[in-house]
Ligand binder design. Structure first.
Ligand SMILES: Nc1ncnc2c1ncn2[C@@H]1O[C@H](COP(=O)(O)OP(=O)(O)OP(=O)(O)O)[C@@H](O)[C@H]1O
Ligand SMILES: [Mg+2]
Length: 286
């Protein structure tokens, strides 16, 4: 690259940083809960870039909280171990042997991969699941689905402690039952419950699509509760998008200011959303 071009590059970077100042001021002290979907987790390079964004967010004064999914990783491990599952209405039944794999993959492999990536970018992260410090207690969602839980009590005090010590919490979506069971929670549902308990300023749901699409396949940049209900009723919002939009509505009701569903595979997706006026994805707010 010629010196002149390099100079222009640096000037552009400085200009961009300068324009981000009002956004940085807005998010100073703000709690931002980010759900990183298993489907949004790609290469090591993508993970490093995500981790760098999270560390930067903290550097400018925000309190990021990561909640992750891991569907594809769980499926791969069940296949490797040759554990067969039953399905009810297209949903996997989480029996006891499946639950063991879910916990090992989420709390072990996926959680630690994110923690390590943040550490490698000079951040300080701690991995936990809903079981740690009584963060998330669950009741069984539906006996037909086995060990799948719905959060009933969230105690976010451990997260406040971690904010105080500049530590980024990375949370696997598992919860303890009232009788000592372990429950698997949908990652979006867990992130929403935690964001609600923290009264978070923003909840970002990072996935593998650009946002919530209408019947024509166009991304809806802003969504109302009425639109979500209509699109769900006619089947346009389906599968993995259902817990996201449900979570968004519940989170808003519980005091979260805004929820954004966006493509986590886009480089710097979180920074684009938080620190520029180029809003990405679908925004749901009250
Ligand atoms: N109306 C819709 N607009 C956009 N995506 C939709 C819609 N209806 C269904 N989907 C599906 O929802 C999927 C996203 O949810 P999914 O559960 O697969 O991913 P995730 O939550 O990011 O990952 P994980 O569940 O592993 O954490 C999209 O890939 C898409 O196929
Ligand atoms: Mg999902």
């Amino acid at each position: 690259m010629k010196t002149q071009d390099m100079n222009r590059d640096w000037i552009t970077t400085a200009e961009t940083l300068s324009r981000a100042l009002p956004y940085m001021q807005r998010y100073s002290g703000a709690i931002v809960v980010i759900k990183l979907g298993g489907h949004a987790m790609g290469s090591d390079e993508g993970m490093a870039s995500f981790a760098r964004d999270v560390v930067l967010m903290q550097q400018v004064g925000a309190n990021p909280v990561i909640v992750h999914g891991g569907g594809p990783m769980i499926n791969a491990m069940l296949e490797r171990l040759d554990i067969k599952s039953d399905f009810v209405n297209g949903k996997r039944v989480t029996d006891a042997p499946t639950m063991e794999v879910v916990e090992m993959v989420l709390s072990g492999l996926v959680n630690k991969r994110i923690v390590q990536a943040i550490g490698a970018q000079g951040g300080r992260a701690v991995g936990l699941s809903g079981k740690d410090a009584n963060l998330v207690t669950c009741t069984q969602t539906d006996p037909a689905l086995g060990f799948v839980g719905t959060p009933s009590v969230v105690d976010p005090s451990i997260l406040q402690d971690l904010f105080q010590s500049n530590t980024i919490p990375v949370i696997a979506p598992l919860g303890a039952g009232h009788d000592g069971e372990t429950f698997n929670i949908n990652g979006d549902t867990a992130a929403g419950a935690i964001a609600g308990a923290l009264n978070a300023d923003r909840l970002l749901l990072l996935t593998d699509v650009a946002g919530v699409k209408n019947g024509e396949g166009e991304v809806l940049t802003e969504l109302t509760a009425a639109q979500i209900r209509a699109l769900t009723a006619d089947g346009t919002i389906a599968g993995g998008m259902i817990p996201k939009t449900e979570t968004a509505l519940n989170a808003i009701e519980n005091g979260v200011r805004a929820v954004v569903i966006l493509d986590g595979r886009v480089p710097n997706a979180c920074l684009l959303e938080l620190f520029t006026d180029h809003g990405a994805g679908s925004l749901i707010r009250d």
